[in-house]
Design a protein around this ligand. Structure first.
Ligand SMILES: Cc1cc2nc3c(=O)[nH]c(=O)nc-3n(C[C@H](O)[C@H](O)[C@H](O)COP(=O)(O)OP(=O)(O)OC[C@H]3O[C@@H](n4cnc5c(N)ncnc54)[C@H](O)[C@@H]3O)c2cc1C
Length: 451
């Protein structure tokens, strides 16, 4: 099997434009908003123009608040335009763990919110006429070990007992739906789906502007202080005096608020887009249009863009620092193991973005001081959840106490290993890659002979 790479589009480094991705062509035009200049008064100032910030701006403006949002780069420049565009209808953690962690009532509210998430997005998209390739054909989670298959069985049983459209697929049915007999089986959750996240975040931003919010690009917030009972947010050419400030900077959090950055470890994750596949090969992969992930430890999302025949997949590359050359061999070899019909695999473009890992691999809203809230986390679940938690922040602007949020606020937890996080996480990633490789080899031996 051959694998090669084309340099058709040079990968963008973390400069001020979002990278060229599978989403660019279908996402319309950038908003081209001017930087903030001069003195502004607002009920709410928002830092960060990703899904969380734009959702907060939209919902707060709709509720009548005067909103000013500043984004250091372009709307959607961060993880919001760089992700895999999967819409899982559930939290990363098992429902039982959520209940155990948050308590019965709060845990159930969270599970309900996550479950309803893709539907809420659908309503929002329809209400604001956002053209973003939103579809809910289900989402597939494939199992690469017996242990993972049992975990899927348990989750499926949990949801089926509650009458939800979640099903276990045996190896043959999984093979039909995925287009590969690689996996031992899978679960399909028909409440999940996919989206063009760049088109979505731009649509949210445009809807927020229509509702009366002022959004500014190319504006980094550089100072934040309490001043005469209000918050004063400083930018290179202006300032905002606001009752409340929401920090929606997630993995791209800088030193604006002391200590916040030390609650997360930003880890770079990579996405790739193949050259359009031959028609018969494209049709054989994920023919139902569901995106899929598998149970491996390292990011594994795959989706087929049936419109133009490109396969989009996650893969490996340097996890820290500036964007580096990805690990082509490992990334391509894995894809070709899963889909042997990809006899040659050419990558037209690739990109990367940061995810914010924290102590419990979960999402958090922190009330840092009265009127100052931050939202971080949401790895692999942020398209839906950042929308929902942005909406929660907007409720705060309308006077709802943070303790009433669906996601209860938590105290920021500085990672005590933060100073050595890079070598530690790098070591962990190497260990995970090794474990994945060993399990992959085992799985390969169970593959039907016809493959
Ligand atoms: C490769 C990858 C794949 C993923 N796949 C999925 C998936 O399939 N499904 C899913 O649901 N989630 C996925 N995620 C996660 C999801 O993309 C994120 O959780 C979500 O986009 C976070 O949105 P956000 O608005 O919180 O942050 P971001 O979109 O990262 O926005 C933060 C913004 O803050 C700005 N900023 C930072 N500091 C300042 C400052 N001082 N002043 C002004 N602006 C500032 C940055 O420029 C940035 O634009 C993925 C993430 C990555 C990286």
């Amino acid at each position: 099997m051959a694998h090669s790479r084309r340099a058709m589009y040079l990968p963008m480094h973390d400069d001020s434009r979002p990278p060229h991705t599978t989403y660019s062509a279908g996402a319309g035009t950038p908003l081209k908003l001017g930087p903030l200049a001069g003195h502004h008064r607002a009920d709410v100032a928002i830092v960060g123009g990703g899904i969380a910030g734009c959702s907060a701006a939209l919902h707060a403006a709709e509720a009548g608040a005067r909103v000013v949002l500043v984004e250091a780069n372009e709307i959607g420049w961060g993880a919001s335009s760089r992700n895999a565009g999967h819409l899982p209808p559930a939290t990363k953690h098992d429902p039982d763990d959520i209940i155990a962690h948050y308590g019965a009532a709060a845990g159930q509210r969270l599970l309900d919110a996550a479950e309803q998430g893709p539907v809420v997005l659908g309503e929002l998209i329809q209400r604001h006429g956002i053209d973003c390739d939103y579809a809910v054909p289900g989402i597939i989670m494939a199992a690469h070990t017996e242990k993972a298959l049992r975990a899927h069985e348990k989750r499926v049983a949990y949801w089926q007992a509650r009458g939800r459209p979640v099903e276990l697929l045996d190896r043959r049915r999984a093979a039909d739906m995925i287009g590969s007999d690689y996996y031992l089986g899978a679960a399909i959750d028909r409440r999940g789906g996919r989206i063009n996240p760049l088109a979505y975040v731009r649509g949210l931003a445009r809807a927020a502007i229509k509702a009366g919010a002022a959004l500014h690009e190319g504006t980094r917030a550089t100072g934040l202080a309490r001043d005469g009972g209000k918050w004063k947010l400083t930018t290179p050419q202006g300032e905002i005096e606001a009752e409340r400030v929401f920090l929606c900077t997630n993995a791209y959090t800088d030193n604006l608020w002391p200590g916040l950055r030390a609650t997360i470890v930003p880890v770079r994750a990579y996405q790739f887009a193949s050259r359009p596949l031959r028609d018969n090969v494209a049709k054989s992969i994920l023919p139902g249009g569901q995106p899929m992930t598998d149970s491996r430890r390292l990011l594994s999302g795959i989706r087929m863009h049936h419109g133009d025949g490109r396969l989009q997949f996650g893969g490996q590359g340097p996890a820290f620092g500036p964007q580096g050359e990805p690990d082509w061999r490992a990334t391509h070899a894995r894809l070709q193991r899963i889909f042997p019909q990809l006899r040659t695999l050419e990558t037209d473009y690739w990109w990367s973005g940061f995810m914010a890992f924290n102590a419990d691999n979960s999402w958090h809203i922190h009330e840092l001081a009265p009127g100052l809230l931050a939202m971080l986390g949401c790895n692999g679940r942020g398209v839906v959840l950042a929308t929902l938690w942005g909406r929660e922040l907007a409720r705060h602007a309308a006077g709802v106490a943070a303790r009433e949020f669906v996601l209860p606020p938590s105290a920021p937890q500085r990672l005590w290993l933060h100073p050595v996080a890079r070598p530690l996480v790098s070591g962990l990633i190497r260990y995970y890659a090794l474990r994945d490789a060993i399990e992959d080899r085992r799985l390969e031996r169970t593959r039907p002979v016809s493959a």
